[in-house]
Design a protein around this ligand. Sequence first.
Ligand SMILES: [Zn+2]
Length: 495
Amino acid sequence: MSHRILVAGFKHETHTFSRVPTDLAAYRARALYAGQEMVEAMRGTASEIAGFLEACDANGWTAVPAVFADATPGGKVTREAFDHVLDAILGAVRAAGGVDGMLLCLHGAMVCEHDDDGEGALLRALRAELGRALPIAATHDLHANVTDAFAGLVDILVSYRTYPHVDQHVVAGEAAELLRRTLAGEIRPRVSVARGALMAGIDHGRTTAPGPMTEMLDRAAALMRDDPKVLSTSVNAGFSHADTFDTGPSVVAVTDGAHAGIGAALSGMMDAIWESRHRETVETVSVAAAMSRLGALASASAPVVIADFADNPGGGGYAESTGMLRALVEAGIAPAVAGVFHDAAVASQAHAAGLGATIDVCLGGKVDPELSPALPLRARVEALTDGRFRFSGPMLRGQPVDMGPSAVLEVNGLRIVVASKRFQCYDRMFFEHAGIDLGAQRVVMVKSAQHFRAAYQPLACEVLVVDSTEGLTTGDLKVFPYARVRRPIFPLDLD
Ligand SMILES: [Zn+2]
C-alpha cells in the first residue's frame, strides 16, 4: 500500500526587534504556494520541498502537497499568517482523508505574536488534531533556536550543514530516508537537544573556512558514525537576534529509541562550543577601514565584494541602511554596483519618471530613519524591471523570485538596484536580471552577511565584510534591549 505523505514548508527567521511584522503580505512577497501550485514552483529546484517530492517519488509514496510559506526574515509572524499556514496543512490532511507521515521544511527560529516558539506552536497544533503517533520529520536551517518543546513533538529533525546554505536538498533527503525507515518499522526515532549559556557562537555557523563550525560538524559526524543508535546529528548556530528564552546555539541528535548516553554526548559538544565562543573565521571592519582598503586595491583586476553586514535582510535587516553606500557615493567609487535596497517609493518614482530620466530621490529612511538616515541622490534611471527572475544559484537554484517593480539608478558610475520588496542579495540574478555585468565592476556591494559568498566569492579579488552599525543585524548584541532570553548568558553577561 502506498503511503500518503504530507509535504509542507513554513519558514521564518524572526528578528524580534524589527518594526516590520511578518504578515501574510510578507509571505506572499516571497513564497506562499498552496497544493499543486507548490509542486509547480518548487519541483526541480535546490530546495527542501523538491527533495521531499523526489523522496516521495523514489519511495513510491503519494505526496500530499499542502503549502510552502517563506518570508524574508523580519518581525514577529502574525497570528493571521500562522493560522493561514496551519489551516492549509490541516486542510490538506483532511482532504487526503488522513496521511501516514509528514515532511516539513521549517526554519527553526520563528517567533509569533502569540508564541515565542513558533515551530513548537505549529507542532502542538498539529499533534492536537492528528495525535502523537503520526511520524513527523522536519528539516531546520542551522540558524535555528531549537526548544525542548519542539524536540519533544517532532520525530526526526535534521539541520543544514552548510553556510552559505547549499545543502537543503541533501538534508531533505536525509530526513525523508529516516521517515522511510520509521514507516517500515526499522527505527523508533527520538530527538534530543542540548543548549549552553550562550546566545551566539560556533562562528555563526560559517562553513567557508575551517573553524568552530566545521570542527563541531566533524564531531557530530563522528558521533553518528561511531554509534549505530545515533541516526542523525545536527549543529545549530542559532539566531541571536530573537529575544526568546531558548535563543542560541544547540546540538541535536536523532536516536533509535531512548539512548542513555546521548545527553552527556551532546553536553560535551556544547562545552566545546562554549570554549570556541570567541573564535570567528571572518573579521568585520568599519566603513572607514573598508574605504581605506578599497584605496589600496584601486588597481585590482577583479571586483572587491563588500558585504553590508549590519543591514542583512537575511537576518531581518530593513535593506535600507545607507551607511556603506554613503561612503561609496562620497568617494566617487566607480564603476560599482550596490543592492538590493528595499524602497518601494523610490522604485515607483523611477518607473513613473521613465528610462533615462534624471530624478532626485531620498533613498532609504522609510522604516527607521534614526537607525540609518535617508540618502538624497540625483540619479539617472538606467534600467526598469518587473523584478521577476529565477535564482541562478548555487543557493536555491531555480526558485522563482518576484521583487516587484524594480529599478537601477546610476549616480556617477555607481549603480544601485532598488526593489519594491525586501530580499537578501545572495544570488547574482539580483543584478544580472537588470543587465548588469558584475565582472566589469570595481566594487560590488551586497546586502548580505555570508550567503553572498556562494555566488559572489568566485568573482572577487577580495571580500570585505563591513559592519556600519546602521542596521538591525549589527554584530554588537548589547545594543538590543533583550528581556526574555535566559540569563546569565554570553555575550550579554558572560565573557
Ligand atoms: Zn540560516
